[in-house]
Design a protein around this ligand. Structure first.
Ligand code: PMP
Length: 408
């Protein structure tokens, strides 16, 4: 939220927090917190939802920033699987997988995910954030070198920090920059390469063929976070490594179940040796409770639906194409997004806020992201299109954007 500190035009001079203990002053005086109280752009809460429609203060909106890419959160088979799992297993395993928390449903989901990703083994977590942290901190340690794309998600950065390894960031998706860093290291040095399959802020696809050409496969462990690629990229949504037919070159695939998998949770998949090693070396795995039954069952059902009903994946891409063409027709800058995760770069904070507000007033819910969360001059609206968006949704979306561009 630090961006709000610099957003002078936003600053509400008249917002006062009632008297509180002096020790709380630091938090009460925090500009970002005061601004949030005043403008309330985040943590908006809906009182009702039906598929792509949400209701806030009685008004209906089209949800255009959900990561429910395949629209499976409302699929009857997914919903039923969650309800049945609670009946069978109760609400929670209340413990770490290592201790009392392992159940048959974990194994079932892990085997299905490993099979889908064409990896030997998999481990599931209660959150994608934990999985991404474990995918790095479960392997890398002090003295190791991690080569990390400059635009990595916070969960991967947290994993790098937790590992204690040395990190060098290379230019986003730049094989040239990566090569120059590798060239400066001794030839025998073993390394980790960390990238995302699809970068959620930008909608960019990892330039895997180029990046993998410059790393030495024998000396590099490759880690790829496919949170936004699973269910989206590749044949049948098998993910970014499969999109490029480079799955054999990626040692560890991590990701989230809170996007195409219509649930909440995360996973790390790889060879049996790597996954067994991680099970005794990753703190986010050892010291945190296992994914609960309903969440695991929903993602397993979503994974099965994805494979049996290819129409969801096909519609996602039809909708993505339609949405991108419409935005380009309005001369909006989508930062070269090639995927359903679609930023609309506005370029300055004030206009980004006005644009976001206009969309909201016209019945479309998106999320605003401004610097320093994004580079200066890239202040943007985050949007994501879904297989669940209907023609009626698009009518509202298109009308709202035509109004919003008038503020530019
Ligand atoms: N990786 C990426 C690239 C993400 O975008 C996210 C979530 N936004 C995560 C990991 C974390 O996933 P989760 O929300 O399931 O914790």
């Amino acid at each position: 939220m630090e961006f709000l500190l610099e957003a002078g035009f936003f600053l509400p001079k008249n917002v006062q927090i009632p008297h509180m203990r002096p020790v709380l002053k630091r938090f009460a005086d925090d500009d970002a917190t005061r601004l949030r109280h005043f403008y309330n752009p985040y943590f908006r809460s809906f009182e009702r939802q039906n598929k792509t429609r949400v209701w806030m203060d009685g008004k209906e909106y089209v949800m255009l920033s959900s990561n429910d890419y395949l629209g499976l959160c409302w699929h009857p088979k997914v919903m039923e699987a969650g309800a049945q799992a609670i009946k069978k297993w109760g609400s929670s395993p209340t413990g770490s997988r290592m201790a009392n928390g392992s159940r048959g449903y974990h194994r079932e989901l892990e085997e299905a995910l490993a099979d889908f990703l064409k990896k030997e083994s998999c481990h599931v977590f209660a959150a994608g954030y934990l999985a991404c942290m474990a995918s790095i901190s479960g392997f890398a340690q002090k003295g190791d070198l991690i080569l990390a794309d400059r635009n990595l998600h916070s969960s991967l950065i947290s994993g790098i920090n937790l590992s204690g390894a040395e990190v060098v960031r290379f230019g986003h998706n730049s094989a040239e920059d990566l090569a120059s860093i590798i060239d400066a290291e001794p030839e025998t040095r073993e390394m980790f390469l960390v990238v995302e399959g699809v970068y959620s802020m930008e909608g960019h696809v990892a330039q895997l063929p180029d990046l993998l050409k410059v790393v030495n496969h024998d000396r590099t462990i490759t880690i790829l976070d496919d949170a936004h690629g699973l269910g989206v990229m590749g044949p049948n949504g098998r993910g970014t490594p499969h999109h490029f037919k480079l799955e054999d070159k990626i040692d560890i695939i991590t990701g989230s179940l809170s996007k195409s998998m219509a649930s909440v949770g995360g996973f790390v998949a790889g060879s049996a040796t790597l996954i067994e090693y991680m099970r005794t070396h990753a703190k986010p795995l050892i010291f945190s409770a296992a994914i609960p039954p309903a969440q695991a069952a929903c993602s397993l059902a979503a994974l099965q639906v994805l494979q049996k009903e290819p129409e969801h994946h096909q519609r996602l891409w039809t909708n993505t194409k339609r949405y991108h063409e419409f935005l380009k027709g309005l001369n909006l800058d989508i930062w070269g997004s090639e995927t359903p995760a679609t930023p609309i770069v506005i370029g300055n904070r004030e206009k980004a806020f006005m644009f976001w507000k206009k969309l909201l007033e016209n019945g479309v819910f998106t999320v605003m992201s401004v610097s320093p969360a994004v580079p200066i001059g890239k202040d943007l609206i985050r949007s994501a299109v879904s297989a669940g968006h209907t023609d009626a949704d698009f009518e509202i979306i298109e009308k709202a954007f035509k109004e919003a561009v008038k503020v530019l």
